[in-house]
Design a protein around this ligand. Structure first.
Ligand code: PMP
Length: 291
């Protein structure tokens, strides 16, 4: 079956789903995106994703030309057209078609694109064994540059760091902020576990406020675990008992080696495993309730 892509409410076969070369999303990375996931036909934490999407648009002076309800409908229409129940969903809003020049005022209506397809970031064996990460020399953008809380179409900061990781055989790269504290990985938030307590960088550490991050904090607290949102350095990562990353696509992926240092037992630890199981239960409960 040909994948159908939703562009401005019209479902088109993949080969016909095209955007103008004068769209500022293409010319300048001028636009925003969201990565969501549906389980069993229900999108997990849809409201939070749409709120974050609208917040990103607001920060960039982009007026999304439809309501959140219409956007939710577009997502479900696309899932239905593709006969998908478990899928990764990519929402994109570009500034629109303009000219060769930065002037955003010359752009037409923002373009809305919905792509739904399967996405597996990591093989199942990596969930069992854990991944290795390395610190990138590329630093996360400071909040007074392009705030990492904005999920903009310009992901070059993260892409450069990811290339650095891949160049040395690592699946992900750890990004520090301009203060030298741990920020996040290129497409995931980071947690460390020490003495049974969880530590994750605060929102103002130049990170994207991950929906999975927030769900994991809730899950961990409901399990009676202490969760601290505080600044920390790589030293705390090296000396952690466990470490894992969170994201809509990855869910929770254990990290077992950082900058050549093996963490804890060198295998995914019990706290990570327990939180992953509890997270999956939460997802199942929430996506069943809403159906
Ligand atoms: N940080 C960055 C830079 C991201 O792009 C993402 C999303 N891929 C995340 C963290 C995780 O966010 P979420 O849990 O909302 O998917």
């Amino acid at each position: 079956m040909t994948l159908k892509i939703n562009i401005n409410g019209t479902l088109l076969p993949e080969s016909e789903a095209k955007i103008s070369v004068f769209d500022h999303g293409f010319l300048y990375g001028d636009g925003i995106f969201e990565g969501l996931r549906s389980y069993n036909g229900t999108v997990f934490r849809l409201k939070q994703h749409l709120d974050r999407f609208w917040d990103s648009a607001k920060a960039l002076f982009i007026e999304i030309p439809v309501s959140k309800e219409d956007m939710a409908k577009a997502i479900y229409d696309t899932l239905k057209a593709n006969e998908q129940v478990d899928a990764y969903i990519r929402l994109i809003v570009t500034r629109g078609v303009g000219t060769l020049g930065l002037d955003a005022h010359l752009c037409g209506t923002p373009q809305i694109i919905v792509i739904t397809r399967s996405l597996q970031l990591y093989s199942s064996s990596l969930y069992e064994e854990g991944i290795k990460i390395v610190t990138a020399s590329t630093v996360r953008m400071p909040a007074n540059s392009l705030n990492p809380r904005v999920k903009s179409l310009n992901y070059l900061n993260n892409i450069l760091a990811k290339i650095e990781g891949h160049n040395v055989g690592c699946e992900e790269a750890l990004m520090l902020n301009h203060q030298g504290n741990v920020a996040e990985c290129t497409g995931d938030n980071i947690f460390v576990v020490r003495n049974g307590k969880l530590l994750t960088p605060p929102i103002d550490a130049c990170i994207l406020e991950g929906i999975t991050r927030n769900a994991v904090i809730e899950v961990a607290k409901s399990m009676g675990l202490e969760v601290l949102e505080a600044n920390f350095t790589r030293h705390d990562v090296y000396c952690a008992d466990e470490c894992f990353l969170t994201g809509s696509a990855a869910e929770l992926i254990p990290v077992v080696e950082v900058d050549g240092r093996s963490l804890g037992s060198g295998k995914p630890g019990p706290v990570t495993k327990a939180i992953l199981a509890a997270f999956r239960e939460l997802v199942a409960a929430e996506t069943q309730q809403q159906r």
